[in-house]
Ligand binder design. Structure first.
Ligand code: PLP
Length: 378
């Protein structure tokens, strides 16, 4: 089976696994145990990983809060900030991941108001439209860096600059960016930023929230109460192997970024070309010139994406977004671009990764061509 679903998740890189192993075995201590060598050793591994991650992200080590992933990081950022703010309005975009949109929906049920800024056909939000949505009561703007379904890059630095001029804080769900785009909190200019290790060849179940250190400090109401780890923002025994693995994974992603971007862009372009040959009515979703190199989301207009995936048993791709397949309805992202429900339901997302080869791309394209031929004939 050819795997072209790297936006859903990635395999753990062998070097990441190697880095993690000692944290499962000899250094198994609880990083919060302050009275013996086992605890000290685990705490030292966490400190080292925190320093590495901070340096790679342009942050200070104290600004990172380890979480179980980006879902938790997004929830902590949005709910945590809202629940400790006197203001009551949040601005986000129509194409965010459910981990942002559903967190906002839950705040709406608590009495907050939420504006979901629409995006045009390009799949890129207009910073001016974000500014138009701001009110005196806006406590936070949350904009993703890279869309998980269509791969479009959002103008986060510009959004942050304009929002800060108006005294509004900015959160960025950067989950899909590492390995595809530079992630530097200074250059992005954001106050809060979420990541999840398994999207960049790290382990599942670990992520982080960057919280800018400032005066007066940003106040976040924790989601989890307990032992007071992570400065009280995230109680629970630290996932030492996961944190060590995430640091190694980000290091490798940064080191490979330039070369892999070029390589994957060429493969992605080749895939697009072959798919167009096989299906001339192919519609690309989102502006191709504003995308990360690994993602191709296309509608096979007139076909059913589910049926197409079902007829491709040797190809692992997603109809719209894997995260949303538990609820089979047209992708909210594609509808936001102005696609009809039928066009949205005919879409497949191909996402390439570091292990993807030219042969795999050729073979995948041939499989799709064959499946399309069968479906259009029948
Ligand atoms: N945000 C984006 C943009 C994503 O693509 C994902 C993963 O699907 C998440 C958040 C949630 O990440 P996790 O499931 O690791 O918590």
């Amino acid at each position: 089976v050819i795997y072209l679903d790297y936006n859903a998740t990635t395999p753990v890189d062998p070097q990441v696994l190697q880095a993690m192993l000692p944290a499962f075995t000899e250094h198994f201590g609880n990083a919060s145990s302050r009275t013996h060598a086992y605890g000290w050793a685990a705490a030292a591994l966490v400190d080292q990983a925190r320093t590495t991650l901070a340096k790679l992200l342009g942050a200070n080590p104290e600004e990172l809060v380890f979480t179980s992933g980006a879902t938790e990081a997004n929830n902590l950022a949005i709910k945590g900030l809202a629940r400790s703010s006197r203001k009551r309005h949040i601005v986000t975009t129509a194409i965010e991941h459910p981990a942002v949109l559903e967190a906002c929906d839950s705040l709406q049920r608590e009495g907050f108001t939420v504006t979901r800024v629409p995006v045009g056909k390009s799949g890129v939000v207009d910073p001016e439209a974000v500014v138009q949505a701001l009110t005196d009561d806006t406590l936070l703007v949350s904009v993703m860096l890279v869309n998980n379904e269509i791969g479009t890059i959002q103008p986060v630095p510009e959004v942050a600059r304009l929002c800060h001029q108006r005294g509004v804080l900015v959160h960025c769900d950067a989950t899909q960016a590492p390995g595809k785009l530079e992630v530097n909190v200074q250059k992005l200019g954001v106050d809060l930023l979420s990541l999840s290790a398994h999207k960049f060849y790290g382990p599942k179940g670990v992520g982080l929230l960057y919280v800018r250190r400032q005066k007066p400090p940003l106040r976040l109401e924790p989601l989890l109460h307990g032992g007071g780890q992570e400065g009280g923002l995230r109680s629970g025994t630290l996932n030492v192997p996961g944190i060590v693995g995430m640091a190694k994974a980000l290091e490798l992603s940064v080191a490979n970024l330039e070369e892999e971007s070029k390589r994957q862009a060429a493969l992605r372009d080749r895939l697009r070309e072959k798919l167009l040959e096989a299906f001339p009515r192919l519609l690309e979703n989102g502006d191709a010139s504003q995308k990360v190199p690994n993602t191709l989301n296309v509608s096979f207009v007139g076909l059913d994406g589910g049926a197409l995936v079902a007829s491709l048993p040797r190809l692992a791709v997603s109809p719209a977004s894997a995260c949303a397949t538990a609820k089979p309805k047209p992708s909210h992202v594609l509808l936001a671009l102005g696609r009809t429900p039928a066009e949205a339901n005919s879409a497949l997302r191909f996402s390439l990764g570091r292990p993807t080869t030219e042969e795999e791309v050729e073979e995948a394209a041939a499989m799709v061509a064959e499946a399309v031929r069968k479906l259009t004939r029948g």
